[in-house]
Design a protein. Structure first.
Length: 443
């Protein structure tokens, strides 16, 4: 058996990527890496299903690749899927870069095939040179330790059996086995960041140290050990600093200061929520600043609120509203709410904020549920005069996130309940009340 196949077989076993009985979806572009991967896995006796995407980004060259792959897979006599994508249109619709659009289309489709074929995993042809390039790219972007530990052999259901071999190993294998492949002409275009590292920067480093790639891989191995040690010893610290509170998280600034290394800990906590190093730096600089400052990632938001940072998903649209029809008993959108009309004689008062009791005779159906707006007024239970909802928030020390998450229940144009907080005194049970609407809000 060839050395290349021995390396890969040993790596698959060491990393527990898959078993001989498992079915594997193998992504194949027609380039040397993916052709070699599919060839090696088939020679080793694994059950492979080939999958090829035509992104139609390189004109006739894209169609040439598809034809080549189709013929190659046919020679292997294994199941084969191929698909065409209008990548540019998808990128415009989703407001993504071409590279990210292609990635999203590819992996979503691979997942569909995996489910259809009941496969164990999706194999991708990343190799050790890709690891080196990714390290350098992340280094220039100001990555934390996680970004400097290389591409992982397993990421969910995606596996990378070629991380144990280099590009030169692959080309040698292709030559020995007489395998042909197609060349992507854009691989030489240094307008792309990865190509610039591959074709210009790494060769320059190799003039200083011919074993530069091997040295860098050794460094990444050391960083992986350091990362594991840090992770194992940091869990308790992070759990004390970052506490889940319902559907948001509170990062306690005083505890962060006590732990020390605030910037590092912030990055460790926030990187998985999409916050870039530059945004984390801004958050760090504003730790002891005024309340109300906000910071954003693609899907999450950090708000500075007195002695804590509040991490939450970006809020829903504030102009949404929902109706509550008379005779209904339960809703789950936009929040979980049960309600029941009862004779006043059957009412048992629960003195907590999640229960509300309203005089049915004063209500006008359908009731409306919406978020609060500037200028909203109500009469807090137990008071006589009207109060601005915004002033109520201030008096009760609501954070910006809590304000945005507060829903109102209205009868006509009048607020009858700040849901989960305070009902309106005008709709309370009185001596002449005969029928009551009992509501219960649960998270």
């Amino acid at each position: 058996m060839l050395l290349m196949e021995e390396k890969v077989k040993r790596f698959i076993a060491e990393q527990n990527l898959f078993e001989k009985s498992d079915k594997i979806i193998v992504g194949i572009s027609g380039g040397s890496d993916s052709v070699a991967l599919l060839s090696v896995l088939c020679r080793l006796g694994y059950q492979c299903v080939a999958a090829h995407c035509n992104f139609h980004l390189r004109g006739a060259e894209s169609d040439r690749d598809e034809t080549f792959v189709t013929d190659f897979v046919k020679s292997l006599d294994i199941p084969f899927y191929k698909i065409d994508f209008d990548t540019k249109k998808y990128a415009e619709e989703k407001k993504l870069s071409i590279e990210m659009a292609a990635r999203e289309l590819r992996y979503n489709w691979f997942a569909e095939i995996k489910e259809k074929e009941r496969a164990h995993c999706i194999a991708i042809a990343h190799h050790s040179d890709d690891v080196v390039e990714t390290f350098l790219i992340n280094l220039t972007r100001g990555s934390g330790i996680h970004g400097l530990t290389g591409i992982k052999p397993v990421n969910g259901d995606v596996v990378r059996p070629f991380l144990c071999v280099s590009r030169s190993d692959i080309l040698s294998y292709m030559e020995k086995e007489g395998l042909s492949f197609v060349e992507d002409s854009t691989n030489k275009d240094t307008i792309y960041v990865r190509n610039k590292f591959r074709n210009v920067i790494i060769p320059l480093f190799e003039t200083i140290n011919p074993a530069f790639r091997e040295s860098l891989l050794q460094t990444m191995g050391n960083l992986q050990s350091a990362e594991q040690f840090i992770t194992d010893n940091m869990r308790a610290t992070l759990a004390d600093i970052m506490v889940q509170d319902g559907d948001w998280w509170s990062i306690h600034i005083d505890r962060l200061h006590e732990a020390g290394n605030e910037k590092f800990l912030l990055f460790e906590m926030l990187q998985s929520y999409g916050f870039t190093p530059s945004v984390v730096n801004d958050i760090y600089d504003g730790l002891d600043g005024i309340s109300g400052k906000q910071y954003f990632s693609e899907n999450y938001r950090i708000q500075k609120d007195r002695s804590r940072l509040i991490l939450s998903q970006k809020s829903e649209k504030l102009d949404e509203f929902y109706t509550l029809e008379e005779g209904s008993s339960k809703i789950s959108v936009p929040l979980n709410l049960t309600f029941e009309q009862k004779p006043v004689s059957e009412i048992v008062i629960h003195k907590d904020k999640n229960h509300c009791y309203l005089d049915m005779s004063r209500l006008k159906f359908p009731l409306t549920i919406r978020k609060w707006k500037d200028g909203d007024l109500f009469v807090p239970f137990g008071m006589k005069g009207k109060k601005k909802v915004s002033d109520y928030f201030v008096d009760n020390h609501f954070s910006l996130y809590q304000k945005e998450q507060t829903w109102l229940l209205l009868s006509g144009d009048e607020i009858v309940w700040l849901i989960g907080e305070r009902s309106d005194d005008r709709y309370r049970i009185r001596k002449d009340t005969t029928s009551v609407l009992e509501l219960y809000y649960f998270k």
